[in-house]
Design a protein around this ligand. Structure first.
Ligand SMILES: Nc1ncnc2c1ncn2[C@@H]1O[C@H](COP(=O)(O)OP(=O)(O)OP(=O)(O)O)[C@@H](O)[C@H]1O
Length: 498
């Protein structure tokens, strides 16, 4: 309250002096130069003496190229909530695909803010410049700004911690309000669509303990900026998701992005020409993003690449021949993607990968054993998450999502069948899709029981078939060994007779 009265008093004094300055600006041209200079100097001094407030102006456009200032837009977003409470005239902007409104104060409004018990004021304003062009019409150029006013005794607090707080908060609100995007690369360029995948951790069918572990890991990562800075490590984390097709690897990535409010950069490695292009693409990924490389084992010959090169060299040495001209196919293969394992490793943890921070990189694979250990060692892929066939616990999540039921007389049977046979969550989910309108849980669960029994039968037949093949192979091997032994025996008896 004291601040408010003090503020009001000084505002009045300030505005008297400001009026004087305005009149002075109009008439100063009629004063001789020397007198003008002196008067100006003393009025400025008098102004700062009686007016103990400091003002900082943040212009909307800055720099030679008049780019929109990031600080201005962060302040605008930061002030949004106090503006909607205090300002009488507001401007509205629609964000998130026309789904939510962001309000900001209109020109020449003022709102108060508090920080650590200190009151300060933000005012919005605009300068209108009229420029006469060659054409008949005048063009008006509006330059908006925010002016922050605070008592000079709080200079340190406001210039340091308060402004940091405003910029950080503004940025965070902006990220929360933004429409998230899914980027894909065509060669070395990213293009995007709106990211609207509905997957959440709640709807993800995996065991509760595993789910909690992943959520905790992600939240801890996203809140550890200071920790990473303190230990001198780039603020990034690698996840390797592995498991058979249809176990929810892509669904988990979408749930991760939705949980953290990050954009997704789906990197198609096979369309990246070489390591330089790969580096360019990754440098463009901003903070708060998940870079995804799906089916990493298919994207690159990560196991055979070094071996093949070695074999080629050996072949060259052995033959002592000149290198054969390449076929058209070989030429095309060479051109298609020359991203190497070392190029990829460098992109995951090379020096530049620290630029920006707060990035997650996710590799997915159906065959973890195919990957080069260097690629998935801890530090590169910090967390390895296995997604596997549907357990009864995971089934219950699906039943709750799809059928909105927690119990059913068929649950015990399904639990036994899931233990005896392997079915992916994707296949289980397919059985739970509505078969009638309205959906009937009995029909869906019976379909699932039937599917599981069939899968069990097929697995049994396959096992028997494999056992038969094995037995046949063993019989053939024994027969061959017996035949060879007999031949040897005969040879020996012939040489004995001689
Ligand atoms: N764990 C799961 N929880 C919920 N839904 C799942 C799960 N696994 C699979 N699904 C369902 O199955 C569909 C396919 O799953 P998803 O694409 O995530 O599997 P994937 O492991 O990435 O498969 P691929 O290896 O073939 O890419 C999803 O649309 C989702 O509806």
């Amino acid at each position: 309250m004291i601040h408010l009265q003090e503020g009001d008093m000084f505002t009045k004094v300030g505005s008297v002096i400001a009026s004087f300055m305005f009149v002075w600006a109009m008439f100063k041209q009629y004063f001789p130069y020397e007198l003008r200079d002196r008067l100006e100097k003393y009025t400025q001094r008098a102004f700062t003496f009686v007016y103990p407030y400091i003002q900082i102006t943040f212009h909307e456009f800055t720099g030679e190229r008049l780019m929109r200032s990031e600080a201005y837009s962060s302040i605008e977003t930061y002030l949004s909530s106090s503006s909607s409470m205090q300002a009488k005239r507001l401007k509205a902007e629609v964000v998130k695909n026309n789904q939510s409104l962001v309000l900001s104060m209109d020109d020449h409004e003022e709102v108060a803010d508090h920080f650590n018990g200190v009151k300060l004021w933000w005012a919005s304003g605009k300068n209108v410049l009229k420029t006469q062009t060659l054409s008949f019409y005048q063009i008006t150029d509006e330059k908006r700004y925010y002016k922050l006013r605070f008592h000079k005794k709080h200079r340190e607090l406001i210039i340091g911690p308060y402004l940091n707080h405003v910029l950080k908060e503004g940025k965070a609100i902006k990220i929360k309000n933004r429409q998230r995007k899914l980027y894909t690369n065509n060669g070395s360029y990213w293009s995007h669509v709106v990211f609207e995948h509905p997957a959440t951790f709640k709807s993800l069918a995996i065991e509760a303990t595993k789910k909690k572990e992943i959520i905790d890991d992600l939240i801890t990562f996203s809140q550890s900026e200071e920790f990473y800075a303190r230990i001198g490590r780039a603020w990034k984390r690698g996840y390797l998701l592995y498991g058979p097709p249809g176990t929810g690897k892509s669904t988990l990535i979408a749930a991760m992005a939705n949980l953290l409010n990050y954009d997704v950069y789906d990197l198609e490695l096979t369309s990246v020409k070489n390591n330089t292009e790969l580096r360019k693409l990754l440098i463009e990924v901003p903070y708060k993003s998940i870079v995804v490389i799906e089916d990493i084992d298919c994207s690159l010959d990560l196991t055979g690449q070094r071996k093949k090169k070695k074999e080629k060299e050996e072949m060259g040495n052995n033959n002592g021949n000149e290198e054969k001209p390449k076929t058209v196919k070989e030429e095309r293969d060479d051109r298609s993607s020359q991203v190497t394992l070392s190029g990829l490793l460098n992109s995951v943890d090379g020096l530049w990968s620290a630029c920006g921070g707060e990035r997650i990189i996710v590799f997915t694979t159906n065959f973890i054993e195919k990957l080069d250990p260097a690629l998935i060692r801890k530090g590169r892929m910090d967390k390895h998450i296995e997604l596997s066939y549907c357990s009864f616990e995971a089934f219950k999540v699906l039943a709750n999502n799809y059928l909105q039921i927690d119990t059913h007389q068929l649950f015990d049977k399904i639990s036994d069948l899931l233990e005896e046979t392997k079915m992916t969550p994707a296949d289980v989910a397919e059985h739970l899709m509505p078969k009638t309108v309205p959906s009937n849980a009995d029909v869906c669960l019976e379909s699932l029981v039937e599917g599981l029994q069939m899968a069990k039968e097929e697995a049994k037949l396959k096992k028997e078939e494999e056992a038969r093949e094995k037995a046949e192979e063993a019989a053939t091997a024994t027969a061959t060994a017996n035949g060879e032994a007999k031949l040897e025996e005969n040879k020996d008896s012939v040489s004995g007779k001689e």
